[in-house]
Design a protein around this ligand. Sequence first.
Ligand code: HEM
Length: 127
Amino acid sequence: MKKDIENRTDIYLLVKAFYVKLMNDDLMRHFFLEFNKPDLLEEHLQTLVDFWDNILFYSGGYRKNAMQPHLVLHQNKPISKEYFNAWLSMFNATIDELFEGEMAHAAKSRALSIAIVMEIKISELNK
Ligand code: HEM
């Protein structure tokens, strides 16, 4: 039986393992080249820990707008549907490899809703 996601240490393990997957994936790695610099990767992972800690445990530690950087990213590197699908399937796979329980389930379901909203906002840019 795997444990559930309980704290920031767990979230760090999750986002770190997730980024190892993304950065080693032929389809996805081009989005994440800046994070080949270890300092930038660590800083980004800390932002992601704040983000998920806020979503899952209402920590209040993430106050930025997570949508905006993706709208900018999309201008240079279009984020089409196949990328969202790959992102989600790797995120879900990482969670399932490491955790199970209510919070693990909540993280997958929140990621899906946020990805759907992100995709809609991106599709509106192209109109
Ligand atoms: C194919 C889909 C996605 C790609 C290619 C992608 C890529 C990226 C990249 C390259 C950054 C760094 C941007 C920067 O610092 O300028 C970033 C930041 C971030 N991403 Fe994504 N992302 C995707 C989907 C998502 C989804 C669905 C979520 C949430 C569930 C998410 C959450 C975040 C957060 C919280 C940040 C940090 C934003 C900040 O600096 O405050 N991403 N993403």
